[in-house]
Design a protein around this ligand. Structure first.
Ligand SMILES: Nc1ncnc2c1ncn2[C@@H]1O[C@H](COP(=O)(O)OP(=O)(O)O)[C@@H](O)[C@H]1O
Ligand SMILES: [Mg+2]
Length: 273
């Protein structure tokens, strides 16, 4: 074994300690068991992609990571701090360390782009107008939209709305960014702009990322690691390379894009009814 100086060993240990840890997390809604004793560790700077059929609990899982939901049993840790049982008052200190891009971008239609991005900053800090404007400019610059400050959400394309929502999600330079289906509904070039942004935030800000997606192009592009949720458990945990070789039929369905097609068909039928 190669000897390391003590401080290097300590650094290396802290780098390997998970940023987030879920231990035997159970969650049910009435009779419906959504998470059935899930264990998951997220590592610093790594992008973990969560796949699974519609309704398999991916959003519920994300909500546990940021404590928007509490498990029925099990534990959730952020670094070494247990967060599933933290009182709301202590959570407000932690929340800025998480950036959450919700499935529906959820911009406020009656606020301008700049006001949307500024919203969490104005809400949670006492920063002056000039400083807020400067943060907004930097965050919009990060997602390639500096200059659109005075536009209204209704004037933006779907891809631009996602990017504004992302600028807002990173207002506090979060350590972790969670993306819930960030490319759904976007055409391939716009979807790829979002993939590029996920890579950029990882590269330039060193964020730990969790991406829920049905989009295999996105999976292949951004994933360091892929986990697949099925019937409340992970049935796959590995890399893009290893998922391509999986012979589990439930996994293959995703890899070959057939599941995505089925999901779209279901959504289409729901839309018609
Ligand atoms: N707050 C809730 N109350 C009751 N059922 C819920 C709630 N949130 C999610 N569910 C149910 O849990 C299951 C998993 O939901 P979700 O995590 O949103 O799935 P997806 O994998 O598509 O993101 C679904 O059947 C959903 O209807
Ligand atoms: Mg979902």
């Amino acid at each position: 074994m190669v000897e390391q100086p003590a401080n290097a060993a300590a650094d290396s240990a802290s780098n390997h300690r998970p940023v987030v840890r879920l231990v035997k997390v159970h969650k049910r809604f009435g009779e419906l068991v959504v998470l059935n004793g899930v264990n998951l560790e997220l590592h610093r700077g790594e992008t973990t992609v969560i796949i699974g059929e519609s309704g398999s609990g991916k959003s519920v899982l994300l909500n546990h990571i940021v404590r928007l939901l509490k498990p029925d049993s099990g534990e959730v840790y952020f670094h070494d701090q247990r967060i599933d049982d933290l009182p709301e008052r202590e959570l407000t200190v932690l929340r800025p360390r998480f950036g959450f891009l919700f499935q529906l971008s959820a911009l406020f239609d009656s606020l301008s782009v700049a006001q949307n991005v500024a919203f969490p900053i104005v809400e949670h800090t006492k920063k002056g107008r000039k400083e807020v404007e400067e943060i907004v400019r930097r965050k919009l610059g990060m997602v390639g939209l500096d200059g659109l400050q005075d536009k209204w959400p209704a004037q933006l394309s779907g891809g631009q709305k996602k990017r504004v929502a992302l600028a807002r999600a990173i207002a506090f330079d979060p350590e972790i960014v969670l993306y819930d289906e960030p490319t759904t509904g976007l055409d391939p070039p716009r979807a790829d702009e979002i993939n590029e942004l996920i890579l950029k935030l990882k590269r330039e800000l060193g964020v730990t990322s969790v991406v829920v997606t049905h989009d295999m192009a996105s999976v292949r592009k951004v994933a360091d690691r892929i986990v697949m949720l099925h019937n409340g458990e992970f049935i796959f945990d590995g890399t893009s390379k290893s998922i391509a070789r999986s012979d589990d039929a439930r996994v293959r369905c995703f890899v070959e894009g057939r599941c995505a097609a089925e999901v779209l068909q279901t959504l289409h039928e729901k839309g018609k009814s």
